[in-house]
Every structure is written in structure tokens, then in C-alpha cells.
Design a protein around this ligand. Structure first.
Ligand code: LIP
Length: 273
């Protein structure tokens, strides 16, 4: 199994690095975009090109593999996760940042087998940060091993979260209640604008936890294994097991911190992927 995973990883890494060139051409912003699910959920031609390039290359190399891609699903493809090797792709995570020229966007590519992430690649080509992980082999930033922080409680934690791309009343309430709660209980708060990069920051030890309601499988598949391989945990924000299709995520440097947060988070349950 490990040899196969190495082969999948090596092939995917090459493709992700090449696709990164499509993003760096627009490092000052990409002003042409279209709306998707709402007027703050945006897509550019580059999102589509990166996804087509990755699906094209990976399906040629691994014809039996399955795919879940953000833009393919937006165009009507079904989001189906089976036990088969499945590449889960966010071609530009942090599209709003990409459009504005705020340098926090990345390609996020995860591979699941038996519904569990075994490979994760998060690449921000604009600042040349490449986060990678393979099952059982640790997590890396630009080839150097990374590890989560030692933080075990909220009082000492730098916590990131996102407002997300929906603004219905229930979601807004959850965001505002959680913002207030973190301001009161934690050491600091960040929003990076990309779920995958938020998770990468937890893996790096730069942030201690990240949670979000309303993300999708493609935002968190790669981050899940990168955080776990860096020594951290990914769970459901209410404290149960992580469920990649639930559109809910809480990752942290330690199970103690994750559990403490799960008891005080204002919960929100979006429709599943
Ligand atoms: C976005 C995320 C962002 C999150 C949004 C959205 P996109 O992904 O990374 O952090 O708040 O819910 O999912 O649309 O830029 O790929």
C-alpha cells in the first residue's frame, strides 16, 4: 500500500507544482470572475483550468481513480465518496483572496482510500509554500518536517476561523457568537481566507486551532491528513469523529484543546455534501 501511495503522491505533486504556474500569473489579482452559490461565492477561469488540468493528468495516469472537484460539483457533478481511491480537489482555495491579490490562496489536493485521506498537498505558489503529507510518513513544509504546537487550552491558543461563503441568519449568528466567544476565551484570532491554509497553519504550529461551518470536502481533505501527520487532531466541532462530508471541521494541536473548544462553540449544521 505504501508503495502505491508514494506513486500517487509523486505523480500528483508534479502536477500540482505545474498547475501552480497558472495561479502565479495572477499574483496581483484576477479581476474577472463569476458568481456561484451567492454573491460572495466566486469562481474564475483559473479555478476551472487548474481543476481540468489536475483531473486530466490524474485520470490519464490512474484511470480507475475517482474525483470530487469543487468546480465539477458546481457544474452539476455528484459529490460521491466511495472506498475507491478518490482525488478531492480545490483548484484555488481562497478564491476571494486570489481575486483581490491577497497572497493566501492555494491548490488543495487530497487523496482518500476507504474514505480516509492518505495523501495531502496544499500549495500556495504565490509565496512558494508547499505543505505535504502521506499516511504514516509525517507532514512537511517545503520538504522540512513540521509539527503542531504544544498548546492544550484555549487561554493560550491562537485560533483561526472563517466567515465562509453563506450569509443566512443562522450562519451569521453562529459566526458572530463564535467570534465573541473566542475574543473572550482565547489569546488571539485570525482569518486567513482559505480553509486549507488555515489547516496548514495548525500543522505548522503557527495557529493552534481552526474551525469552520459550511466548508466542503475539497476545502479540508488535504488539510485533514496534513494536520494529523503533524501530530494534531481533526474532529467534528461538536466533539464527535471527523466526517469529511459533513461540512464541519475543527482541527487543533491537541485533543484537549479540540475538546475544550467543542464544548463552547455555537454549533451550526449545514446540509451535507
Ligand atoms: C473557501 C474557503 C474559505 C471558506 C469558504 C470557502 P474557495 O473556499 O477556503 O476559507 O471560508 O467557506 O469554502 O471557495 O475559495 O475554494
Amino acid at each position: 500500500m505504501s508503495d502505491a501511495i508514494d506513486e500517487y503522491f509523486d505523480a500528483a505533486l508534479e502536477m500540482v507544482k505545474n498547475a501552480g504556474n497558472l495561479i502565479t500569473e495572477y499574483s496581483n489579482g484576477c479581476k474577472e470572475y463569476k458568481l456561484k452559490s451567492s454573491d460572495i461565492d466566486l469562481v474564475t477561469e483559473i479555478d476551472k483550468k487548474v481543476e481540468e488540468t489536475l483531473i486530466g493528468g490524474l485520470s490519464e495516469r490512474f484511470p480507475s481513480h475517482k474525483f470530487i472537484g469543487e468546480e465539477s460539483v458546481a457544474d452539476g457533478a455528484k459529490c460521491v465518496l466511495t472506498d475507491e481511491p478518490t482525488w478531492i480537489i480545490d483548484p484555488v482555495d481562497g478564491t476571494l483572496n486570489f481575486i483581490h491579490g491577497y497572497p493566501s490562496s492555494c491548490i488543495s489536493l487530497g487523496l482518500t482510500i476507504n474514505k480516509k485521506a492518505v495523501v495531502g498537498i496544499i500549495f500556495n505558489p504565490i509565496v512558494n509554500q508547499l505543505f505535504t503529507a502521506k499516511q504514516g510518513q509525517g507532514a512537511f513544509l517545503n520538504g522540512q518536517p513540521i509539527h503542531v504546537s504544544q498548546v492544550k487550552d484555549m487561554r493560550n491558543a491562537l485560533i483561526s476561523f472563517e466567515v465562509g461563503t453563506s450569509r443566512d441568519e443562522e450562519k451569521k449568528t453562529a459566526v458572530l457568537e463564535n467570534f465573541k466567544m473566542i475574543v473572550e476565551k482565547a489569546q488571539g484570532i485570525r482569518t486567513v481566507g482559505s480553509a486549507a491554509l488555515n489547516m496548514a497553519m495548525v500543522a505548522l504550529g503557527g495557529a493552534d486551532a481552526y474551525f469552520e461551518f459550511g466548508i466542503h470536502a475539497w476545502d479540508i481533505a488535504a488539510g485533514d491528513i496534513i494536520v494529523r501527520e503533524a501530530g494534531g487532531v481533526c474532529i467534528d466541532p461538536a466533539g464527535g469523529p471527523f466526517d469529511i462530508l459533513s461540512r464541519r471541521v475543527l482541527c487543533a494541536s491537541s485533543i484537549e484543546l479540540a475538546q475544550e473548544m467543542s464544548t463552547v462553540l455555537h454549533q451550526y449544521y449545514p446540509d451535507r455534501d
